[in-house]
Design a binder for this molecule. Structure first.
Ligand SMILES: NC(=O)c1ccc[n+]([C@@H]2O[C@H](COP(=O)([O-])OP(=O)(O)OC[C@H]3O[C@@H](n4cnc5c(N)ncnc54)[C@H](OP(=O)(O)O)[C@@H]3O)[C@@H](O)[C@H]2O)c1
Length: 262
């Protein structure tokens, strides 16, 4: 029986991805912030996949000691994590100076430091066994600077660059351990939009917008096919080539439109 550990697995794309792993026969470990949401999500998942074992841990992953606590939780239960999905994350929106400072510090702790620490802790064991996969959820905001999402885009650039460097290192080491980085476009139907105070922002109905169902399918298919970088959804895949061809000023003009409010 294989095991997947998904941070933020109890909502949004984390929950949708969990369904594929449940169907694939995996035991599921979730770590999220809200205890009640974890319980509700567990009930919902097991209603659909009644044979699936789901273990949950309520933890604020934006705290600096949390990655170690997750690792200790896994070790004390003698679980073997075959797949780690660093998915928990949130965004902030607005001019940099208008966003609450502490909120962005917490975001950097979660989106960057927690991903880094979880990767380091679990990669060590995977390398020792020469087996395992780490899937890091980045974003299409990692491709270029994103005014009004300056800090968020920078956190996702860290995730993309760090993951891509690890992918190259693992190739050089001829390791069977796999690192995958996922870059979804704006997702219409997850709580992310409201949490980031982006309810009125056009991007969620914009040029490349996608859904949690499409992202989960892309992640599962990419994982099964052994992909390293997963661009998610289909509209993003069709238009991404424009990003490198268009002048910076045109890309920024399009971004300003996408990130403006209705
Ligand atoms: N939505 C988009 O447009 C979009 C686009 C590209 C990339 N992404 C990335 O996709 C990932 C998932 O986002 P989503 O769209 O599925 O939104 P979501 O439903 O809000 O998922 C975020 C998850 O992270 C967890 N989380 C947030 N803060 C946490 C904390 N301090 N400690 C522990 N867990 C915490 C949440 O748990 P609780 O619910 O318990 O708080 C939730 O399960 C994020 O990394 C996001 O940056 C999203």
């Amino acid at each position: 029986m294989k095991t997947v550990l998904i941070t933020g697995g109890s909502s949004g794309i984390g929950f949708e991805i969990s369904k594929y792993f449940a169907r694939g026969g995996y035991t599921i470990l979730w770590v999220s912030l809200l205890a009640e949401e974890l319980e509700t999500a567990k009930t919902a998942l097991q209603k659909e996949f009644f044979n699936t074992s789901v273990e949950t841990l309520t933890l604020d992953l934006a705290q600096s000691a949390s990655a170690q606590k997750v690792y200790d939780w896994v070790k004390s239960n003698n679980w073997n994590v075959d797949v780690l999905i660093n998915n928990a994350g949130f965004g902030t929106y607005g001019f940099a100076n208008d966003i609450a400072f502490e909120k962005e510090v917490a975001m950097i702790q979660l989106n960057v430091m927690n991903v880094f620490k979880m990767t380091r802790l679990f990669l060590k064991d995977m390398l020792a066994k020469n087996a395992g996969t780490i899937i890091n959820i980045s974003s299409n905001t990692s491709f270029q600077p994103v005014p009004k999402m300056a800090a968020y885009a920078a956190t996702k650039s860290f995730v993309k660059h760090y993951s891509e460097s690890l992918i190259e290192e693992l190739k050089a080491l001829k390791s069977k351990v796999q690192v995958i980085v996922v870059c979804p476009a704006a997702i219409k139907n997850t709580p992310f939009k409201n949490a980031a105070k982006m309810e009125k922002v056009k991007t969620f109905e914009g040029l490349v917008a996608t859904t949690k169902e499409e992202v989960a399918k892309d992640v599962w298919n990419g994982f099964r096919k052994g992909k390293s970088v997963i661009l998610s959804g289909s509209k993003l895949r069709r238009l991404i080539w424009l990003n490198s061809l268009l002048p910076h000023s045109v890309v920024q003009f399009l971004l300003r439109r996408e990130l403006s409010e209705k």
